[in-house]
Design a protein around this ligand. Structure first.
Ligand code: ADP
Length: 255
């Protein structure tokens, strides 16, 4: 971010004050820092109870498969389990922001087939939503990357494509090689994004319609995804048209 400050001088040429954009940015920076600190403390406090809740839930889910329990109990355990995984996902985003801020997000790279990751990940996602996820791509696109982190990026982008296209019922995921790089496109036919909002999209806490959004979220998924891709020496970008949908693209170096 560029800070453009304007100094105001008196008649003798002494600087009286700085005004304009510089002040705004300083304020913005302080606010950002306070948000970061709050996120760090809150996520740390939430980690222990949520982890323990999650462990109990996993035991409960195993138990209802083997023990004799009523359909009602199965239904409510199922609902609680789904909501708990959403909570775990939210907490993960919060913890990741702190890790990224402190430069502690380590990458654990292995060699893998990008197509396999996409197929596995999307299969899992399509079980929890009505949107049909169409996958097409080239064979044996091999990359050397952190499987879990790239999966996280893909899940973020596909979940957004689903979330921000309530009127559509399909999402297209295509992958292959372009200009000597591995590339993945996630296309939706949803609400799209206004061109003037596009430059801010990957900023921390940024949401197009701020807090008054009709869709829930923290404004962290794209920031985290962009950081992960950049740490792999890849690129992430978006093309979008209001009312027609968006295409998010990310690249990774080929193995
Ligand atoms: P969240 O979805 O939690 O708000 P993200 O960082 O994933 O946070 O996205 C930031 C913002 O970008 C969203 O609030 C939304 O306004 C916009 N956005 C992201 N993906 C899409 C998409 N596929 N279509 C339209 N808008 C999107």
């Amino acid at each position: 971010v560029k800070a453009i400050g304007k100094a105001v001088f008196d008649d003798e040429g002494n600087a009286l004050r700085l005004s304009g954009t510089l002040q705004d940015i300083t304020e913005e920076h302080g606010l950002q820092q306070r948000k970061d600190e709050f996120i760090s403390v809150a996520s740390h406090e939430l980690k222990t109870p949520i982890t323990s809740l999650n462990a109990s839930m996993q035991i409960l889910q195993k138990l209802i498969k083997t023990e004799e329990v009523s359909d009602k109990i199965k239904l409510f355990v199922g609902k609680a389990g789904n909501n708990l995984s959403k909570l775990v996902h939210l907490l993960d985003d919060l913890l990741n922001v702190t890790k990224l801020q402190q430069g502690q997000l380590a990458l654990n790279k292995t060699r893998f087939n990008l197509g396999d990751l996409i197929t596995d990940s999307c299969e899992h996602l399509s079980q929890t939503d009505d949107h049909k996820i169409n996958i097409s791509g080239e064979q044996d696109v091999m990359v050397y990357a952190d499987y879990r982190r790239i999966d996280q990026v893909l899940v973020n982008l596909v979940n957004n494509a689903i979330k921000y296209s309530p009127q559509a019922n399909e999402v297209d995921v295509t992958f292959g090689r372009e200009n000597g790089k591995a590339v993945v496109h996630i296309q939706d036919y949803g609400i799209g994004i206004h061109p003037e909002k596009l430059p801010h999209l990957f900023d921390r806490y940024y949401r197009v319609d701020g807090l008054g959004h009709q869709f829930s979220g923290l404004g962290l998924g794209l920031y985290i995804s962009a950081e992960i891709i950049q740490r792999h020496d890849g690129e992430i970008s978006v093309e979008s048209e209001r009312g027609s949908g968006s295409i998010f693209t990310f690249t990774l170096p080929l193995d």
